[in-house]
Design a protein around this ligand. Sequence first.
Ligand code: GDP
Length: 481
Amino acid sequence: RGKTTEAVRSKPDETLGGLLLPPVVFENSTCISRSQEYSLRVKTSRYKPSLDLIAKLREYERRHRRCAPKAKYFNLSKNATEREFRECRFIVWIATAGLGNRVMTLASAFVYALLTDRVLLIDRSGNPNELFCEPFPSTSWLLPETFPNEWMREIKANSSFRLGFLIQNDALTSSHNGYAYLNMMHDYDGYDRKFFCADCQAYLSRFPWLFLKSNQYFIPGLHFIPEFHEHVDKLFPERETVFHHIVRYLFHPSDSVWRLISSFYNTNLANAQHQVGLQIRYLAKPNITTTTISDLVLNCTLENKLLPNVTLSEDHVDDSPKNTTSISVLVASLHEVFYESLQEFYQNRSSSDGRHLGVYTASHEEGQYLESIDHDKKALVDIYLLSLSDTLVTSSWSTFGYVAQGISGVMPWLLTHLESGEELEEVLRNRNYCHHGVSLEPCFHMPPALDCDNKGWYDNPGKTLPYIQYCEDVWWGIKIM
Ligand code: GDP
């Protein structure tokens, strides 16, 4: 691939500075993406994993190999003790919500496992291994097939072993059967939110089994627990790189997904000198039509010179461009209309700077389908293609975009969130169609009130920790900056 002048072409480092094990270690499983992905990503990340993180991951891999097979001894009719599992403790991630949410919460659960010396095992529903390779060598992250899966999927907010329920009924410190359910869904209650209090963590450490269901990127909240805060800081001295490193460590597209990614990329995008990814998440709102959003995207990209404008007259197409470089634009969206409108804008017109421009889209599902593996695969293809962009424009509020930005390490331009016609008028008046992001981290949309002493609501998270601030896109959410 020809590259922009600022790009650095260096020999691809398959281990990303020691973050990953060399692919040859995974001799028993095929995972093409492990050896090919980083030769496709010509630009190396500016962020390096710390030696502490690398050491922690190697220690984790050993623990996972030792402990994962013991999960088959989990028995609902018997109280679970740590000793029975040979000093192994587990956190089980239960799948819920869209792919972006799932990747974010799995990454959060993994960081929690690192901090608490637990082993992360995952629910088989949604066929995770059809999407991703096994992340740890010589073992599996899937729960054993014999695990009481139906029981697990029945776990809900009224389960009597929910953390919030145990706290509310003063049962956390008294007898327990060795497992607890961490409800970290967006509507979790004040008791569940005590998860972010140091006392609660001390009690939870006695439970060999934790079951987690979440649609939240909750790592920013871990900073509020002093012990975790020190630990996270040591592992990630560059604070806003937690998700970036973890997502690159944990997620490698499966062979079938990788073939789709690489063939689309090589056919359509690879030859352009500059690649722009547009992620357009559209949810219908009163007075916000697809045309409104197409205009917002175009205005954002033109105003900030992310894409070239076109020459005014369609009759005066200059056939001899002085500038021979080219741009590829990937439009990732459920809806084809956004691709079509951009394609139409550039069709039969020259770009004002003479660059050749191609507009592409890999899929348009037109709707969101739960429990369809082909649908999920297309979503993963789009996330990875976006993550290969040099310039990224993403939709506010969307975890899909957070994942693409996290994998790429490219700070995105965030489209202004529009809820109503009034907001649209304001955007048009002030021409603030989008703004450049200030942190690579995803937003924790529903943070806790941090009322560990039951003294009342906290106001500004930044008063406690200056590097935890309100998100750029969701004003009540928090993120690491
Ligand atoms: P969020 O709802 O934007 O936070 O993102 P999620 O990924 O959690 O859920 C949205 C789901 O809709 C995805 O998992 C996909 O199944 C689908 N989806 C949304 N945007 C796109 C897109 O640009 N491309 C594809 N292929 N699917 C998408």
